[in-house]
Design a protein around this ligand. Sequence first.
Ligand SMILES: [Zn+2]
Length: 286
Amino acid sequence: MLISLKEALAYGEKNNCGIAAINTPTLELLLATIKVAEKHGVPMILQHAEVHDPVVSIDDIGPAMLELAKRSSAPLVVHVDHGESIDFVRRGFEIGFNSAMFDGSRLPFEDNLAQTKEVVELANEYGHGVEGELGVMPGREDGVDSAEGVGDTSLYTDPDQAAEFVAETGVTALACSFGTVHGLYKAEPKINYDLISTLRERAGVPIVMHGGSGLSPAEYRECINRGVQKINYYTYADKAALEAVKQLLVDEPSTYVMAPVTVAARNAVQNNVDELVQCLYEGQVA
Ligand SMILES: [Zn+2]
């Protein structure tokens, strides 16, 4: 069933969980993610990032995400991830996505604020929630250039700006930079936990973690304790799929059709996301 971003975040706050938000640009990722949500009956977020549009267009995968979410027994949000223009967010809403992130983090503060405000006004017409972003998170969802900017604290979100940004725009949640990096970690992540606490308090809305791949369970839990209620996750799930496929081709070199490959990939994603869910929803899942 479809639930709103607000409802998912409220569940996270009430139960001290991080809501898993998984990018699903392939059917393997999409089906496996839904299967895990159904197995545990917990709210999760299916999301499509603009940067993944060359992999699969939102016009093609979007209706599949929505249809599968609606008929699922699990409570799911279908979310536009890293919309870089208001047009992309609008496209998502027209397809039926019921939540969106607008990423104006690389714009000057005033422009980010103005454009995010516009996106919130658009979302209000539909009654949908919006995630904004403030502070620069190195790397992108596609995992390219993730070493750049690691450990650069000047990129971290400023709490005063966060308070102003949320008050002015009316976003439902705020993606912040506090030490995580998109893609594969090429250096040890250094998370500033006190900054998360301050940001949560000053912003007054749940904090979103991007670059959620590759943290230890203890690191995830501490981020959640400090006020992170949505955790974006993609790279390691997709990496698990690829590794399973490579192994399959070694074990069974005579494989001559695609079908066993897609099943292996799906199963690997399922195991990977299940492990993540065990950590993020600790106390809520068996
Ligand atoms: Zn991101």
